[in-house]
Design a protein around this ligand. Sequence first.
Ligand SMILES: Cc1ncc(COP(=O)(O)O)c(C=O)c1O
Length: 358
Amino acid sequence: MARPNTLIDLRSDTVTRPTAAMQAAMAAAELGDDGLEGDPTVRRLEALAAERTGKEAGLYVTSGTMGNLLALLTHAEGAAGSIVMEQTCHIMRVETGGVSVLAGLLPICIPGQHGAMPLDAVERAMRPKSVGGGFQTRLVSVETTHNVAGGFPLPLDHLAAVRAIADRHGVPVHIDGARIFNAAVAQKVGAAEIARHADSVTFCISKGLSAPVGSLLCGSRDFIARARPYRRMVGGNMRQSGVIAAAGIVALEQMVERLAEDHARASALAKGLHAIDPRFVDPALCPTNIVRMNTAHTGMSAFDFADQLKAEGIWCGPYADDVIRFVTNRHIDEAAVAAAIAAVERVFARARAGRKSA
Ligand SMILES: Cc1ncc(COP(=O)(O)O)c(C=O)c1O
């Protein structure tokens, strides 16, 4: 089989390239030194981010990981304590231990359902004081949309209930909202309706919103003022960063509503895979731009299946032994979705034929 010249890249929404409007805005950006007097374009982006999340202030950071880390450092304030979060969340699974190594927090991890921690478990995990039973709870963190849960947005009443528990214990709440705008579009609310259930929120402009670099941490004016020195501490102090922040302004002004197209494509992909074999995926569990396809019944590992898909021109991420993740994004059109479905069908047919002849 000849390898196709170009790959359809469904690994992540981070592969999105800046739009022409972003490139124009980057070229025209008014600049300053953000480590000295401040960069006016960065300030505009931070103000816009704060407005969109309904918070008082924003802080431009290099990545979602840095945004989350600054939130952890700022909430923990160097005191020993624990953080309650869902066990497969990005902070726990991917951010290489910054939660403990740098922020000094002990993770108390709760298994979730579609990314949502059971409320009774959240309640039980709360520790008002550092006593024999464990460290005092310093923070509750939730993730929406939840990446490993297949891009599931946490229901708003769930967020409100988590917030109520945390409030009762005097504990702040952080939202890792790397894809909060996907959640907002899917839930047909503004991002502020989601973020109002938390004291701080991180979101990424570098994912489906197509900006090349960066994320925003938003919260109260006081919280962001306390987070700023931590950004310097971890090497996140930038200079003429208005060059990249300019693309972020375009991302927030022009790229949010179109996320619905990515969701429609993910839904079409999930339905197509389901039609091949319902065991691949339940389309009802793909409400945003992430499709997690199960390969357990194919007799192939996700890694082998993904290798064969790549040979067919479809680039995707094997996520675990039997899960492949597809993420739709601005560069994935209907034809790309159809090509992905057809490639899965071919690889699966070969796997079945191989099993029969073995
Ligand atoms: C839920 C979630 N949080 C945080 C991040 C971290 O973002 P970054 O890659 O910009 O550090 C990601 C990245 O995929 C994510 O999916």
